[in-house]
Design a protein around this ligand. Structure first.
Ligand SMILES: Cc1cc2nc3c(=O)[nH]c(=O)nc-3n(C[C@H](O)[C@H](O)[C@H](O)COP(=O)(O)OP(=O)(O)OC[C@H]3O[C@@H](n4cnc5c(N)ncnc54)[C@H](O)[C@@H]3O)c2cc1C
Length: 394
């Protein structure tokens, strides 16, 4: 018997072997699994989905822009076609059609996906912590913390970040960190027809700092105090930032905080591994977080669509990273400008929004723009700081 055979494992039997295994049931794992199941092309395949959490908490809110309909529109909590940008000395309301800015609550997404998945006879769900995954010649293996192991005969889609990106002189590591409050007011206080994408009028004492606001109706809104910096703040500083914003810019003194969220997203030029052999990394672990903005949800959707398409047409989930090189370069230059404090985040984004339509900026941030548009965007920014950063990156 070959050493790579499944049969060397004493536990091996049909309960431990699946065609496709998903490690991680977050945005990436659930998006891809639901897409594969809904395609109807994998009815004769078996699936295993493993996560340490039961996904029964509203642990995050996803905001993203999208043209037309999306697979998860059923769980979109609120969407807008108008958005504000505020910078020092500049405010503008943009109509963003054909885009809509959409907001999904984590818990609605998890419930929606897991309810659908539970109806499929060929999927098993396990809520257990995973210790490690490994690629072998004829299968991929996952080992739980309790020592049990499971096998993927075709592919193992992994969205667990087993190793955090290194901190060394070659790696720019910024963090996007934010604290959000869902607030409720007695009197009408918000315009539910327009959200605020970025408000840079707040103090920049900690580095690039902005607030975004997602009003659900006249009485309720999600307000996120967001920073792009190298270190996290003291917990009280986020609370203070939110409190000041609500008082100074929203002019509210009476409100109730109904929910809070806190998040950290890596913004790094570290090249995440796509995985090897039968292991395919997806989501943040697969490099789907845009390093200059932290946006991930729509990149996950794009990636899931491409993986499914490739599986169906070529039998492999490996996809060519389209145009990725050019956009990765832009991302790294922007991170470098921030790292070397050549310009502040407020200066960069205010110049971009002052001189470009929001749709052009969205296409660029989606890695969907074409070169002439990129030249227009680059031309709207101060040249020298970006040239110096580009030279350092090269
Ligand atoms: C609070 C917050 C808000 C965000 N908001 C936005 C947004 O508005 N727009 C946007 O585009 N992006 C946003 N992001 C970034 C990104 O979209 C999310 O992080 C997204 O959830 C990434 O998907 P993922 O599947 O890669 O990771 P996750 O959704 O985090 O999924 C990973 C899964 O792996 C599981 N897991 C981890 N370790 C183990 C282990 N050892 N054993 C078993 N299971 C394990 C976790 O429980 C989790 O379910 C936000 C991130 C956070 C944290």
């Amino acid at each position: 018997m070959k050493s790579s055979s499944l049969y060397q494992y004493k536990y091996y039997d049909y309960r431990y072997e699946y065609d496709y295994v998903f490690t991680g049931a977050g945005a990436a794992g659930l998006s891809l699994l639901v897409r594969m199941l809904k395609s109807g092309k994998f009815r004769d395949k078996t699936f295993l989905l493993v996560d340490k959490d039961r996904k029964d908490r509203n642990d995050r809110t996803w905001c993203y822009w999208e043209k037309g309909e999306g697979l998860f529109d059923e769980v979109v909590y609120k969407s807008w076609d108008k958005t504000w940008f505020h910078g020092p000395g500049f405010s503008k309301l943009y109509t963003i059609r054909p885009y809509r800015y959409k907001m999904i609550r984590g818990i609605d997404f998890y419930n929606h996906c897991l309810e659908y998945i539970k109806q499929q006879a060929n999927v098993r769900i396990l809520f257990e912590p995973i210790r490690q995954i490994e690629n072998k010649e004829r299968y991929a293996r996952l080992v739980l913390e309790n020592g049990e192991d499971y096998f993927a005969k075709a592919f193992l889609f992994n969205s667990i970040l087993f190793e955090v990106p290194p901190k060394d002189e070659h790696t720019q590591t910024f963090l996007q960190h934010f604290k959000g409050w869902f607030i409720k007011t007695e009197a009408p206080a918000f315009d539910p027809d327009a959200n605020t994408l970025m408000d840079f009028r707040v103090s920049q004492e900690h580095g690039a700092t902005f607030v975004y606001t997602m009003p659900v109706d006249e009485h309720r809104a999600l307000i996120e105090y967001t920073l792009f910096t190298e270190e996290l703040l003291d917990p009280a500083a986020y609370e203070e930032g939110l409190h000041n914003y609500v008082r100074d810019f929203m002019k509210l003194d009476k409100y109730t905080i109904t929910e809070k969220e806190f998040g950290v997203i890596p913004m790094t030029n570290h090249q995440f591994s796509p995985g090897e052999g039968r292991i395919v990394n997806i989501g943040t672990a697969g490099g789907q977080t845009k390093s200059s903005s932290g946006y991930t949800f729509q990149f996950i959707q794009k990636n899931s669509r491409a993986i499914l398409q490739s599986l169906l047409t070529n039998g492999t989930p490996r996809i060519d990273p389209e145009h990725a090189g050019r956009f990765r370069f832009y991302d790294h230059v922007l991170l470098d400008v921030l790292t070397h404090k050549e310009l502040t985040g407020a200066q960069i984004f205010t110049r971009l929004f002052k001189r470009n339509p929001a749709q052009r900026i969205f296409r660029f941030l989606d890695n969907d723009s074409w070169l002439p548009e990129e030249l227009l965007l680059i031309g709207s920014l101060p040249t020298m700081p970006f040239l110096r950063a580009a030279r350092r990156v090269i």
